[in-house]
Design a protein around this ligand. Structure first.
Ligand code: PSU
Ligand code: MN
Length: 303
């Protein structure tokens, strides 16, 4: 029988022995950050997971093979592919990329699907997709996936380029608990805080792990969103960020950018408009989230 996934040997044995594993996505490599910052960041995230005592599993589709634990050479190769040559794969794209032997990068939604099949319970990223500003019908498949796949996603909330109040409404409808790692309010990706509520503050990786375990015991079929503020000293000035996001959003409308291209367009324009400051914040939070996800996976393996 055809195997749905290719899982590397280290991850296979870690999973078999119930040792901690953290899933990492690949869209941020191919569509989220420019070369060479994308490779550096992906490798730094893997290193942060290892330092925390867990095994990193970066997920991507290599010529149709849905691979759990791509090598650093694969990361380097994906990172250097010309823009547009790697398919940005959300839920709807997985089967197409697999059948047609395409190279594909996984988003939050598709990384969750693959993690679920592989048996990985914790996943780290930067910011999940959400509801776009002024486009309430543009709801990222990430939110729906959080409602259907039992994987804990460690992120700095949804990207600040989005409509965060509407994003919270959809997560509520999907039944997704939002935890705040040492925060009482929702972080906003580049900025550490908003005035928006979360469901529960947690003080430690162990507390987050206990909630993941309780959901598992209940047979919960939904994800858990664990939000972690961008580390102190790496925040983007809120006014600067807002001005850049507003400008980039107008430009996206004028250029009729839509569908799966809008998030990469906005991230890139905001980075240009802030002279790289937003990218620096993005990288800092990605590596920090990977480290905390490693700690949570470790605590979960001890329960
Ligand atoms: N986090 C980052 N950078 C990114 C992403 C997350 O720091 O580029 C990616 C994730 O893969 C997420 C995607 O799933 O952006 C959202 O795309 P969309 O809005 O089209 O659903
Ligand atoms: Mn969309």
């Amino acid at each position: 029988m055809q195997q749905p996934l290719t899982i590397n040997a280290e991850i296979k044995s870690a999973l078999a022995a119930s040792r901690p594993v953290v899933a990492l996505e690949s869209t941020l490599i191919t569509h989220g950050l420019p070369y060479p910052r994308n490779v550096e960041t992906a490798l730094a995230m893997e290193a942060a997971v290892r330092e925390a005592g867990a095994v990193p599993a970066t997920i991507a589709i290599l010529k149709g093979d849905i691979t759990v634990g791509i090598t650093s050479c694969d990361i380097e190769a994906l990172a250097q592919m010309p823009p547009g040559s790697v398919r940005k794969c959300s839920r709807r794209d997985l089967a197409i990329a697999a059948a047609l032997q395409q190279d594909g990068a996984t988003t939050v939604a598709s990384t969750m699907i693959v993690a679920k099949i592989a048996g990985i319970k914790v996943f780290a990223t930067g910011g999940i997709g959400g509801v776009h500003r002024g486009q309430p019908q543009d709801v990222s498949a990430d939110l729906i996936e959080l409602g259907r796949s039992p994987v804990a996603v460690v992120s700095s909330g949804a990207k600040s380029i989005l409509d965060l109040p509407l994003t919270l409404e959809v997560l509520e409808s999907q039944g997704v608990p939002i935890l705040g790692y040492r925060t009482d309010v929702l972080p906003a990706f580049y900025a550490a805080r908003t005035e928006l509520p979360i469901d529960q503050r947690v003080e430690s990786a162990a507390e987050a792990a206990a909630i993941i375990q309780a959901a598992d015991t209940l047979g919960a079929q939904h994800g858990i969103l664990i939000t972690v503020p961008v580390p102190q000293g790496h925040e983007l000035d809120a006014e600067l960020a807002e001005a850049a996001i507003a400008q980039a959003t107008i430009e996206a409308e004028e250029a009729s950018v839509g569908g799966k291209d809008i998030t990469p367009f906005l991230l890139n324009r905001v980075s240009e408009l802030t002279k790289g400051a937003s990218m620096a914040a993005n990288i800092a939070l990605l590596v920090n989230n990977a480290r905390i996800a490693g700690q949570i996976a470790l605590e979960l393996s001890r329960i």
